[in-house]
Design a binder for this molecule. Structure first.
Ligand SMILES: Cc1ncc(COP(=O)(O)O)c(C=O)c1O
Length: 300
C-alpha cells in the first residue's frame, strides 16, 4: 500500500513543556494517507495482503455508524479492488451518518444487524454464518484488530527511529497499542490512553493480541475517557479548538483529543520526570468530526 506522506515528528511547544522541562512531540501518522489515515492504514495493510494471497474478492468487517475503521475499510476496498461489506449496528444506520454515506459511496454494502446480534461479532458460529452468506468473504474484526493489524502497527512504530522515554497512543480495541508495545520492547515506556471506560478488560484484550508473549513496558491510562466511548464535554471541544489554533494540528474528541488532554494533565501533575522525552502518535480519525458537526458540535 503506498504511503501518501511520510509521517514526521512535530514538536509541541506548549508552555507546560517549558515549565516542566520536558520535550513533547506528535508523530503525524494522521497525514500518511488521505483516506486510509493514521493507524487504520497499518491495521489494514497486512489484512488486505492476506485477503489477496487467499484469492478473496470481498472483505467484511464490523463497526458503528461513525467508525473510523469502517471509513478506512470502505476506502481501502475501493482503492485495492475488493467488494466490501460492513456489518453495522442496526439502530445506528436508520439515517446514514457522514461516515456511512462515504462508505456506501465507495461501494460498501451495509448489512444491518440488531444490537443483540452485533454482540456476537466474535462468535465462531455467527462468523461462519456471515462467511456463508457472503460467499467466503475475508472477515476482519471490529476496529481491524487482529494479529495482522498488530504486525502492521509494529511496522508503523519501527518507522519512528527514535525511542522516547514515553510513547503514547490512544486505545480502542487494542491492536495499535499491541503493535507499539512489541515494536518498542525495552526501549520506551508505552502509555495507552483508553477511549472507553474499563481499562482492565482492555489489558486482557491486548495481552491476547500479543499472543501470550509477556511485555512489561506498558500501562493503560484510563482516567481520560470523559465518561465513556464517544462521550465528551464542552471543555474537551474548546480544548481541541484551542489546540488547533495554537499548534495548527487538528484533533478529534474520541481518541486523540482525549489523549492529548490526558498527557497535558499528567504533565501538570508531575507524572513525567524532568528532561523526559514524550512522543504521542496522532492516529488520525479526523473524518469523525463531520458526524459531530452534523449534530451541532462546532470544531474550528
Ligand atoms: C483515530 C483512532 N485512534 C486510535 C484508535 C484505537 O486503535 P485500536 O482500536 O487499535 O486500539 C482508533 C480505533 O481504531 C482510531 O480510530
Amino acid at each position: 500500500m503506498p504511503v501518501f506522506l511520510k509521517p514526521f515528528l512535530q514538536e509541541i511547544n506548549h508552555p507546560l513543556c517549558l515549565e516542566k522541562k520536558v520535550r513533547f512531540s506528535l508523530w503525524r501518522e494522521d497525514l500518511n494517507h488521505p483516506l486510509i489515515s493514521g493507524n487504520k492504514y497499518w491495521k489494514l495493510k497486512y489484512n488486505l495482503e492476506k485477503a489477496k494471497e487467499l484469492g478473496k474478492s470481498s472483505l467484511l468487517t464490523f463497526g458503528g455508524a461513525h467508525s473510523n475503521h469502517i471509513y478506512a475499510f470502505a476506502a481501502a476496498g475501493k482503492e485495492f479492488g475488493f467488494e466490501t461489506i460492513g456489518v453495522i449496528r442496526g439502530d445506528e444506520c436508520r439515517e446514514l451518518s457522514p461516515t456511512l454515506r462515504f462508505a456506501t459511496d465507495c461501494g460498501m454494502r451495509i448489512y444491518q444487524v440488531s444490537r443483540e446480534q452485533y454482540r456476537n461479532k466474535t462468535d465462531a458460529s455467527f462468523l461462519a454464518e456471515l462467511s456463508e452468506k457472503f460467499g467466503g468473504t475475508f472477515i476482519i474484526p471490529e476496529g481491524g484488530s487482529n494479529e495482522l493489524a498488530v504486525k502492521g502497527c509494529y511496522e508503523m512504530i519501527q518507522n519512528l527511529n527514535v525511542s522516547p522515554d514515553f510513547l503514547c497512543s490512544p486505545v480502542g480495541t487494542g491492536g495499535t497499542l499491541a503493535g507499539i508495545i512489541r515494536g518498542k520492547e525495552g526501549q520506551s515506556k508505552i502509555l495507552g490512553f483508553s477511549a472507553l471506560k474499563g481499562g482492565s478488560f482492555l489489558r486482557n484484550d491486548i495481552e491476547d493480541l500479543l499472543g501470550g508473549e509477556v511485555f512489561t513496558n506498558w500501562e493503560i491510562i484510563d482516567q481520560f475517557h470523559f465518561g465513556g466511548y464517544a462521550k465528551f464535554t464542552p471543555e474537551l471541544v474548546s480544548f481541541i479548538n484551542e489546540f488547533k489554533k495554537q499548534f495548527s494540528i487538528p484533533l478529534e474528541p474520541i481518541y486523540t483529543g482525549k489523549m492529548i488532554w490526558g498527557i497535558l494533565d499528567m504533565l501538570r501533575k508531575d507524572f513525567f520526570p524532568e528532561n523526559s522525552e514524550i512522543i504521542a502518535i496522532h492516529t488520525g480519525g479526523l473524518q469523525g468530526l463531520k458526524g459531530f458537526e452534523e449534530k451541532g458540535v462546532t470544531f474550528s
